[in-house]
Design a protein around this ligand. Structure first.
Ligand code: SF4
Length: 386
């Protein structure tokens, strides 16, 4: 009989009040933060709208990547009302390249709720903020703590790592008992902090700069005398890496379909799925060992109900999503007949290549678009050699 796979045993979680009633810890952390930290645009404002936008953009995304997006977004959508009345297409266009597009869709939807139910203002109640689309407990706590000084814990990936090391908990961050423990630890620490906003910022800053996911630089750490992992010399082993899962790989064929006046056909992905609301060149997964040109022809016939001839290859590119990888092959195609009747798209249109840049595309499709634009053959099919 096959042996049942068992999860690694969870280490005993330490009693939480280790650092409780230790104001020296809070003072050391606060003094370190006060001596200098990164000057980030969202740290210069108490405006809950701006803090909210930054917190959503920072989910799964690096600070340096976020800054230009944040600035462009706020230049265009200066307040909740402006965001709520914008077209989702425009919001997605400004989000293009940042990834995790559900964040943009939720931000737009939540802005509508704030206008309808809260007079365009962010509520001051944790449960109400937490109830907005795309806003989890940590994001809600951040908004209320940084905007109004409310005493809520913040638990982003950096803070989780710091807490696990401070208490020498050799566990991965993804397991529910560890998560519950982390929340309790973060609550206890923020209870003792003289200034909850500075305290939360300081813990995030520590995790981002000193106690990083690579090798922590404990020699620069303001709280190393309280750190159990450092004391035990185990800071490099904590947290445990998440167990690796095999990442599925798919081979995709897509077509840049040209009509007889040189326009190109694009379709819009369904609003609520992966990459929802973004535009793309039609195509799909290869079946078995079929020829890639056949994949493109078949997928276009099945998805759109039109006939095309598949011509020269434009490019092949690799792309990784969170849970799978793709190798995408893009081909020029010529429209032979039929009016598009998409089965799995919200909209479609024929457009000159020069106008495609007005739409929001997923990253893999942006590369195809760059090649189309760079080729200077916007209205006629041709061969590209990237
Ligand atoms: Fe992180 Fe080292 Fe500081 Fe501990 S002493 S919190 S491991 S940087």
């Amino acid at each position: 009989m096959a042996k049942k796979e068992s999860k690694p045993e969870l280490p005993a979680l330490p009693e939480l009040p280790i650092l409780r009633r230790r104001p020296a810890f809070a003072r050391a952390l606060g003094a370190w933060y006060g001596r200098g930290h990164r000057d980030l645009p969202w740290r210069r404002t108490p405006d809950p709208y701006r803090i909210w936008v930054s917190e959503i953009m920072l989910q799964q995304t690096r600070v340096e990547t976020v800054i230009p997006y944040y600035q462009r977004f706020l230049e265009r959508f200066r307040d909740v009302a402006t965001l709520a009345t914008a077209e989702l297409d425009e919001v997605l266009k400004l989000w293009e390249g940042l990834g995790y597009y559900a964040r943009a869709r939720n931000l737009h939807r939540a802005a509508g709720i704030l206008v309808t139910d809260h007079g365009g203002l962010m509520p001051r109640d944790l449960a109400a903020v937490n109830g907005l689309p795309g806003v989890g407990r940590s994001t809600a706590g951040s908004i209320l703590c940084f905007a109004h000084g409310q005493r809520h814990p913040v638990l982003d990936a950096n803070v989780k790592r710091v807490l696990l090391r401070l208490y020498a908990v050799a566990a991965d961050k993804g397991r529910p008992p560890v998560d519950r423990w982390l929340w309790r630890a973060a609550e206890i620490l923020v209870e003792d902090a003289p200034d909850p906003a500075d305290h939360n910022q300081a813990l995030m800053e520590l995790g981002a700069t000193v106690c990083g996911s690579g090798a922590p630089t404990c020699g620069d750490c303001p709280v190393r005398r309280w750190c159990q992992a450092h004391r035990q010399g185990r800071q490099h082993q904590i947290p445990l890496p998440r167990p690796k899962r095999a990442t599925p790989h798919y081979t995709i064929g897509v077509g840049v379909i040209h009509n007889d006046i040189g326009d190109v056909l694009v379709q819009k992905r369904p609003a609520d799925g992966l990459l929802g609301g973004l535009w793309e060149f039609p195509g799909g997964k290869r079946e078995g060992r079929e020829k890639l040109t056949e994949t493109v022809r078949r997928e276009i016939a099945e998805e759109l109900g039109i006939e095309v001839s598949v011509g020269t290859k434009i490019t092949t590119l690799e792309h990784a999503y969170t849970h799978f990888r793709i190798t995408l092959h893009a081909y020029h195609c010529t429209h032979l007949g039929g009016t598009p009747k998409p089965r799995a798209a919200d909209a479609w249109q024929w457009l000159p290549v020069a106008q495609l840049s007005d739409l929001a595309f997923p990253r893999a499709n942006q590369r195809i678009l760059e090649l189309l634009n760079a080729s200077d053959r916007g209205s006629s099919p041709g061969t590209y050699d990237p």
